[in-house]
Design a protein around this ligand. Structure first.
Ligand code: FMN
Ligand code: SF4
Length: 448
């Protein structure tokens, strides 16, 4: 099979594992020498509305999890009122278990993301950008600090206006290191954290585009979403649309290349840039060198644990934005699957994921705060062989009742518990049934 040429990650070299020096990071000079910041120059020759129209036409779907089209989100901003700042928040919280694709972009090619930030700020007339980075990403924070300094020194950001005054519109860019909580990746939890408060998601509406950071119009975009903007400007939307697939259900297309990070029981885990629509089997066999130890494929976490699992018969699932509807998972999520081989204990996987969500619940909503702990305890009981069949039914009932999609919580964290538990139980039910005892029915009740 001929593997496609990478576009987003073209400047990313291989680096020895564990090397945390900055010598592998692409510098400003190296970035410019390979055509970097040319897209910003072209974007500044366009009216902001033209840039938004281009990104809208490309149907660039958000790479942070929900797949919401970036151009459409940008067009929700109110017109500039001149009263105060308007913000761009770059979401690099990346705390989803098994997800490590944004880290790679920042690790090696930070200027690609900074160029995307500058273009987005021009398009949406946002004068302050906050790069919100996961607390544990110490090395990546150093990488970004240097890259932001280089960008200021080169006049990309700063008072003189974008690109050494090519545009009169000036943008400031700051790095903000998260104090460390999964919930701070949720866009309004992120805004609260940036404001110096506890990362408690806000009730929506109002959406951040209207009332976001410090009550001002704000766009929150994922790192990879912004990194995709320069190539779209540079190569045009026809090129973008030539990669990826149309919707299988007559909905929005899944166009463009996508970073997919594969972990788990494969020979060579890693992050790969592939066209949307690539099958899970191709990711494992063509990109990751196959299953580790020649074992058989048993299942996979679809794209971050909050999306649920793909079953043994879903190895050929196409990794596009229709995967949710096609394969009974929540969605494509971060497109970072974790692969399980035939020896994996799926009850233990469910218990482990439930513990994660229980620990990360911010506690505002009762179904999430209480339900996630309840689900974890039930799973522990099942794993230890102390549960009955009615516990299994109760587990599914409790998990199914929580989440944004059920209308019972403020944010989507609880949907993670719901989907991971429900899909593991439905796709690997026999493993659970083997672990539970029949529910005891007293003789006088059974006789009725
Ligand atoms: C619990 C939770 C955690 C999230 N964590 C992240 C994250 O780490 N990074 C991210 O980009 N989006 C995350 N999201 C999605 C964001 O809320 C938001 O949709 C996204 O940053 C928007 O960017 P995009 O449109 O470019 O994808 C999370 C959502 C939820 C509910
Ligand atoms: S769903 Fe959970 S994490 Fe989200 S706001 Fe409610 S309690 Fe907090």
């Amino acid at each position: 099979m001929t593997l496609p040429e990478p576009v987003l990650t073209k400047r990313i070299p291989c680096y020895p594992h564990g090397d945390t020096s900055l010598r592998h990071v692409v510098t400003y000079q190296e970035y410019v020498a390979t055509g970097g910041y040319k897209a910003l120059e072209s974007a500044l020759d366009m009216e902001p509305t033209q840039v938004i129209a281009l990104v809208k036409d490309a149907v660039l779907r958000g790479r942070g999890g929900a797949g919401f089209p970036a151009g459409l989100k940008w067009s929700f901003l109110p017109t500039v009122d001149g009263v105060g700042s308007r913000y761009l928040c770059v979401n690099c919280d990346e705390a989803e278990p098994g997800t490590f694709k944004d880290r790679l972009l920042v690790d090696f090619d930070p200027h690609l993301v900074l160029e995307g930030i500058a273009i987005a700020c021009h398009a949406c007339q946002l004068d302050v950008a906050y790069f919100f980075i996961r607390g544990e990403y110490h090395h990546q924070a150093r990488v970004l600090e240097r890259a932001i300094q280089e960008a200021y020194a080169a006049g990309i950001f700063g008072m003189q206006g974008l690109m050494r005054g090519k545009s009169k519109f000036a943008v400031e860019c700051h790095l903000h290191r998260s104090a460390g909580a999964y919930i701070c990746g949720e866009e309004t939890g992120l805004l609260e954290a940036l404001e110096g408060k506890r990362g408690w998601p806000r009730v929506k509406p109002p959406f951040p585009a209207v009332k976001g950071l410090f009550g001002r119009p704000t766009i929150v975009n994922n790192v990879e979403t912004l990194a995709a903007v320069p190539p779209i400007i540079e190569r045009g939307t026809a090129w973008w649309k030539s990669i990826g697939v149309e919707s299988r259900f007559g909905g929005m297309p899944s166009w463009g290349p996508k970073l997919m990070g594969v972990s788990g029981h494969v020979v060579r885990p890693g992050v790969f840039e592939v066209p949307l629509g690539t099958t899970l089997r191709s990711l494992v066999d063509d990109w990751c060198g196959g299953m580790r130890g020649g074992k058989r494929f048993k299942g996979a976490i679809a794209g971050g644990v909050s999306m649920g699992v793909l079953g043994t018969d879903q190895f050929d699932a196409a990794m596009d934005f229709d995967i949710g509807r096609a394969c009974d998972v929540l969605g494509l999520g971060t497109a970072c699957p974790t692969i399980f081989d035939e020896d994996t204990d799926m009850v233990a996987v469910a218990r482990n994921c439930a513990r994660f969500f229980m620990n990360e619940s911010c506690g505002q909503c009762t179904p999430c705060r209480e339900g996630s702990g309840w689900v974890y305890k039930l799973l522990l009981r099942i794993e230890q062989g102390d549960a009955t069949t009615s516990d299994l039914d109760l587990l599914v009932e409790v998990a199914s009742s929580m989440g944004l999609s059920e209308g019972t919580t403020i944010c989507g964290l609880a949907d993670g518990t719901n989907w991971i538990v429900r899909t593991i139980v439905s796709k690997f039910r026999s493993e659970f049934e083997r672990r539970v005892k029949p529910t005891f029915v007293p003789l006088h009740v059974a006789a009725r």
